[in-house]
Design a protein around this ligand. Structure first.
Ligand SMILES: Nc1ncnc2c1ncn2[C@@H]1O[C@H](COP(=O)(O)OP(=O)(O)OP(=O)(O)O)[C@@H](O)[C@H]1O
Ligand SMILES: [Mg+2]
Length: 207
């Protein structure tokens, strides 16, 4: 069973990424999936901050596809966003396979679902899904809501009333980490201990 964390506020990302930074080590791979704008980059930024990287350096590699940051010696972080490469992404050109095999690198991939299925199953990794709290909400939910609070033309996706409390103000996210699939079982207890200490609500869910 996977761990589902419910977060009410973006500041809780800091607690969760701190907990993950305690168990992460060189040679690890983190595969991120989840809706557009759900917070994959924000999560990686938080995590990198706890690994000794200046968070201002951590930005979305949407166009460059791959960023490398130097963490606490001798570890470097590879941050990739393969969305632009699309289905069956050819990652040989960007050298991702080599980084995945290198013990001094921690590799974090946004939109990992686009990786070749064979590669996904052959590389031990932690699966992290980040989504909005309710599946019923469309993908643009969360993205547009703070664009222009005074623009009454930007109607709420659900009830049509702009900036309604029920829909636009809800920023809750769910983060699902699957420790069982990627051989991370041994690290789950330490992670959960940190999560409890940080006061984050969690439950176990089937994936
Ligand atoms: N947990 C959160 N609560 C509230 N706002 C958040 C949260 N996580 C991210 N955000 C905000 O949502 C916006 C999009 O986040 P981010 O770029 O991290 O998403 P993403 O999943 O990486 O998107 P993409 O699929 O385009 O790469 C940012 O403005 C960010 O500050
Ligand atoms: Mg992103």
């Amino acid at each position: 069973m996977a761990i589902k964390l419910s977060i009410e506020d973006i500041s809780e990302i800091n607690v969760i990424t701190k907990a993950l930074s305690v168990i992460i080590r060189g040679g690890d791979a983190l595969f991120f999936n989840g809706e557009l704008g759900a917070g994959k980059t924000a999560f990686i930024k938080g995590l990198c901050g706890h690994l000794g990287i200046d968070k201002r350096l951590v930005t979305s590699p949407t166009f460059s596809i791959l960023h490398i940051y130097n963490a606490n010696e001798p570890i470097s972080i590879v941050h990739a966003d393969i969305y632009r490469l699309g289905e069956g992404a050819d990652i040989t050109e960007i050298g991702l396979v080599e980084y995945l095999e290198e013990p001094s690198f921690i590799v974090m991939v946004e939109w990992a679902e686009f990786l070749d299925a064979e590669l996904i199953s052959s590389i031990p990794h932690l699966d992290i899904f980040i989504g909005f709290h309710s599946n019923a909400l469309p993908a643009f939910y969360g993205r547009n809501k703070h664009k222009d609070k005074n623009n009454k033309d930007e109607n709420c996706c659900e009830c049509g009333y702009y900036n309604c409390d029920d829909h636009y103000e809800d920023e809750r996210r769910r983060i699902i980490l699957d420790f069982k699939k990627g051989g991370w079982q041994d690290r789950e207890d330490v992670f959960l201990h940190q999560i409890k200490k940080g006061g984050i609500y969690y439950e176990r869910v089937d994936t």
